[in-house]
Write a protein of this length. Structure first.
Length: 339
């Protein structure tokens, strides 16, 4: 990936009402047939297909599919705050985004740090990664780590259209536990690998690639999609959907109040990612907003209602370099490139 740091060309035009109507339906059923979407919107099937082709071609939206390692107990997910020397933020962020073990890379207001999420097999590999290859990136002066202990909400649970909350968000908000994860075998992993390449692969071709019957393929896919371990969704940058301001917040919450705090945060539709981590600041979240004023309203209203909070800080994201394992190649363009 090449990125000179120069301003990119203008972002594609904003979505209109029909674009949003299509995305609203596909947000909850990303494999819905174009004919079904068209029928619900009273437009021609070709219109739906043409609209999605345009949005996907411009990089504004994309279909994604992956198994969630936190729910499967596979490896350690670690939040990094990588402090940089003056003038090195951009170069360090690019270097981190190119790494295959990073899932997200952002730069936010506050300290001169690059924020990244990395997946490693275990503690020994984390030590080697942090003290070795990441510490060796030119411009890195310090690395702070926080291991994710519990994943509560993901971007799959964020809905800009304010439809009914997902089952995961509802469980967290009500204080319930997520169901036990599925036992995922090699056939499941092969199926997900095919969905990663084409999330809307036709069932007949999916069965053919898996060397199973269509009935088996359909049953396997339904089983995975009904669980929380597979995230299959239509991804669009929050800014494209009318939420151009994103915030990252960290809270230090006393353990006696931790459960009630995360339940309260889960009830906020603006929160699109929420985890419990190691460290003094033990709650980390991301939220999406229509303006900086909305961020102020959110933090003053919600944080004030949380019991047991001994420290709170919020920062605005300035630029995302990587999202859900996909490198963002131009600020504000929505264009992506595989890491």
């Amino acid at each position: 990936m090449a990125d000179s740091g120069k301003p990119s060309e203008a972002a594609p035009s904003a979505l209109d009402a029909l674009d949003h109507a299509i995305l609203r339906l596909l947000a909850r059923d990303p494999r819905a047939a174009w004919a079904d979407v068209a029928g619900r919107l009273d437009v021609h099937e070709r219109t739906v297909a043409r609209r999605l082709d345009r949005l996907i071609g411009s990089g504004l939206v994309r279909f994604t599919a992956f198994l969630v390692p936190e729910y499967l107990g596979e490896g350690l997910v670690v939040e990094l705050a990588v402090r940089c020397a003056p003038g090195k933020l951009h170069a360090v962020a690019l270097a981190l985004a190119r790494r295959p073990d990073t899932r997200s890379v952002d730069v936010a207001t506050g300290s001169p740090e690059v924020l990244a999420e990395v997946l490693v097999p275990g503690p020994e590999q984390l030590l080697t990664t942090v003290d070795g290859s990441i510490a060796g990136i030119p411009g890195v002066t310090d690395v702070h780590t926080a291991v994710v202990l519990r994943l509560l909400l993901t971007a799959n649970d964020w809905d800009p259209y304010r439809q009914a909350p997902t089952p995961s968000r509802r469980r967290v908000a009500e204080g319930g536990a997520l169901p036990e994860p599925l036992v995922v075998d090699e056939l499941d992993r092969h199926l997900v690998a095919l969905l990663e390449r084409d999330a809307r692969i036709p069932m007949a071709r999916l069965a053919r690639e898996l060397c199973v019957s269509e009935t088996t393929a359909r049953r396997r896919l339904a089983r995975l999609m009904d669980s929380h371990v597979l995230h299959l969704r239509l991804h669009a940058e929050p800014g494209v959907l009318g939420f151009p301001v994103e915030a990252r917040f960290r809270l230090s919450v006393e353990h006696r109040a931790l459960d009630m705090a995360v339940r309260r945060l889960a009830r906020e539709s603006d929160v699109r990612h929420l985890v419990i981590t190691t460290g003094r600041a033990n709650v980390l979240g991301y939220s999406s907003h229509r303006s900086a004023q909305d961020v102020h309203d959110f933090t003053t209203r919600v944080f004030a209602e949380l019991d047991g909070v001994t420290g709170a800080e919020a920062a605005l994201l300035l630029r995302s370099y990587k999202r859900a394992g996909v490198v963002v190649t131009g600020p504000g363009t929505g264009r992506t490139a595989r890491a």
